[in-house]
Design a binder for this molecule. Structure first.
Ligand SMILES: *[C@@H]1O[C@H](CO)[C@@H](O)[C@H](O)[C@H]1NC(C)=O
Length: 434
C-alpha cells in the first residue's frame, strides 16, 4: 500500500519544497535549483530579481555579496598611488592572437552600424566579438536587467554574464563612433581605437583607459573629501558616502584620477581577480541607489581604475599610451608634441578661413540687397582681405598633409615591438612581442 503512494509522496514533498522556496523569494530556474533545495549558496540574486529590485536586500544583509576583510586584503594590498600593486600580466608568445569582445551599451535610437561596417573584417575572422546591449529594449537579445546607471549597468552585466567565459581582453566603449573624448590622433574615431588597441598592453597592465589624453581627469580630478560643490564634478561631494557603501573596508583615497569618460579595456586575469559576487554587489548598488543616473554613472567614471588596478590614480604617460597602446610611436616626446602644435595651428587657420568666408558671404548678400549698386559705407568694414582665402587654403592643405604624413610614419614606427617598449620605458629583449 505504502509503496504504491511513495512516488506521490515524493513528488508532493518536492513540490512543497519548491513552492516554499519560491514563496521565500528565490527565483525558480535551473541555475538556482541547488539553492532552492538548500544544497549550496548558488549564484545570489538572479537577473530577474535584480531587475525587479526585489529580494536582493536579504543577501546583502547577510553580507554574502561581500568578500570578508581577510579576502579583501589579499587582493587590495599593498597600495601604491599611481601604480597598480598587482604584478604585470603575462603576455602570450609573440605573434599569438588574443580574443577580444567589444562591449557597448546603446539606446534603441543610437545607430551602431559602424561597428559591423568598420570592424567587420575582425569580426569575420573571429578576432573580435561584440556584445551590444540595448538598454531600453527588453526584447533585444542583449539587454541589462534595468535601464539605470548609464554604462555602468551594462559593463557590470557583461562581466557578470560572462564571468566564466571571458575573452582575453574586454573592451568597454560607448555607442557613438566619433566623440570629442576619443583619441585625437585617431581622428576621435572609436573604430580606429578598437582596431589598433594592443591586447598585449592591456594584458600586461591589466587595466587600460582607452583615452590617452589627460584632460579632463588627470592628474588629480576628484577629491572625495571635498565638501564644496563644484558644478563640473557634482559627484565629488557625494563620493564619500557612496565610497563607504561600495568599498566598506577601504579607506577613502584623497584623490581619484584617470582620463575621463569611462571607456577602457581589461584583461581576463584582472576581471577574475575580483570575485563575481563583488560585481553583482556593485550592480545591486546601482540598481538600488537613489542617485540620478547621471551621478551614479559619474561615481564609477573615476572609480573603474581603482576597482581593476587598486590604484586611485591612473595617469600613464600620454605618448606611451599612444605608442604602446595603439602603435602610434612618434620617436621622441618632441615629435609627439609637434604633432599637436601643428594641429593647433591647422585649427587656427581653419578658423581664420571660416571668418573670411563668413565676411565674404555677408558682402555678397549686401551687394544683392542694394538695388542701385551703391555700397553701404559700413559694409566696407567687412570686406575680407583679397586673396587671403587662397593663402589660408594652401596653408591648411600643407599642414594637413604634414599631419597625415607624421601619423603614417608613427604607425610604421609602431610596427616594431622594440620601439614600443622603448617609448613606454619598459625592457625588451630579442624575440619579445609587443
Ligand atoms: C590569428 O588569427 C588569424 C585570423 O583568424 C589567422 O589567420 C592566424 O593564423 C592566427 N594566428 C595564430 C598564431 O593563431
Amino acid at each position: 500500500m505504502f509503496r504504491r503512494f511513495l512516488p506521490f509522496i515524493l513528488v508532493g514533498a518536492l513540490s512543497t519544497l519548491f513552492l516554499l522556496s519560491v514563496f521565500s523569494g528565490r527565483q525558480l530556474s535551473w541555475r538556482n535549483i541547488p539553492q532552492l533545495i538548500g544544497l549550496g549558496e548558488g549564484y545570489g540574486p538572479t537577473v530577474e530579481q535584480i531587475a525587479s529590485g526585489e529580494n536582493i536586500l536579504p543577501d546583502l544583509r547577510e553580507g554574502k555579496t561581500q568578500p570578508d576583510e581577510e579576502e579583501w586584503r589579499t587582493f587590495k594590498e599593498p597600495k601604491i598611488e599611481n601604480m597598480s600593486p598587482y604584478p604585470q600580466g603575462k603576455t602570450k608568445p609573440a605573434g599569438s592572437n588574443y580574443t577580444k569582445t567589444l562591449v557597448v551599451p546603446r539606446l534603441k535610437s543610437e545607430p551602431v552600424g559602424w561597428i559591423e561596417k568598420e570592424l567587420g573584417d575582425l569580426i569575420e575572422s573571429k578576432l573580435l566579438k561584440t556584445a551590444v546591449y540595448t538598454v531600453d529594449d527588453r526584447k533585444a537579445k542583449l539587454h541589462p536587467p534595468k535601464n539605470k546607471g548609464h554604462e555602468v549597468m551594462v559593463y557590470l552585466s557583461f562581466i557578470i554574464d560572462n564571468y566564466e567565459d571571458l575573452p582575453d581582453v574586454s573592451i568597454f566603449m560607448h555607442a557613438h563612433r566619433f566623440a570629442w573624448h576619443n583619441n585625437e590622433i585617431m581622428d576621435t574615431d572609436a573604430a580606429q581605437m578598437v582596431r589598433h588597441l594592443s591586447p598585449e598592453r592591456v594584458t600586461r597592465e591589466g587595466y587600460m583607459n582607452l583615452r590617452c589624453h589627460w584632460d579632463p581627469g588627470c592628474p588629480d580630478h576628484i577629491h572625495p573629501g571635498e565638501t564644496t560643490r563644484n558644478s563640473d564634478k557634482q559627484e565629488e561631494v557625494i563620493l564619500g558616502d557612496c565610497w563607504s557603501e561600495l568599498f566598506p573596508f577601504e579607506p577613502i583615497p584623497t584623490v581619484l584620477a584617470q582620463p575621463c569618460c569611462a571607456q577602457f579595456a581589461v584583461s581576463r586575469e584582472t576581471i577574475l581577480r575580483i570575485p563575481k559576487m563583488r560585481y553583482i554587489f556593485m550592480r545591486d548598488w546601482i540598481t538600488r541607489t537613489e542617485l540620478s543616473d547621471y551621478l551614479s554613472g559619474r561615481i564609477f567614471e573615476y572609480t573603474w581604475q581603482y576597482i581593476f588596478s587598486a590604484a586611485p590614480i591612473h595617469c600613464p604617460s600620454m605618448s606611451a599610451c599612444y605608442c604602446d597602446g595603439y602603435g602610434l610611436c612618434f620617436g621622441t616626446p618632441e615629435n609627439f608634441d609637434r604633432w599637436f602644435e601643428t594641429r593647433f595651428r591647422l585649427n587656427e587657420y581653419k578658423e581664420d578661413l571660416r571668418v573670411w568666408e563668413e565676411k565674404a558671404d555677408k558682402i555678397e548678400q549686401w551687394r544683392k540687397d542694394t538695388k542701385d549698386g551703391k555700397f553701404l559705407e559700413e559694409a566696407e568694414l567687412f570686406v575680407p582681405e583679397y586673396g587671403k582665402d587662397v593663402k589660408l587654403r594652401n596653408k591648411i592643405r600643407e599642414l594637413q598633409a604634414d599631419l597625415d604624413k607624421s601619423k603614417k610614419e608613427a604607425f610604421e614606427r609602431g610596427k616594431d615591438p622594440e620601439q614600443r617598449a622603448k617609448e613606454s620605458g619598459r625592457e625588451w629583449k630579442e624575440g619579445d612581442g609587443f
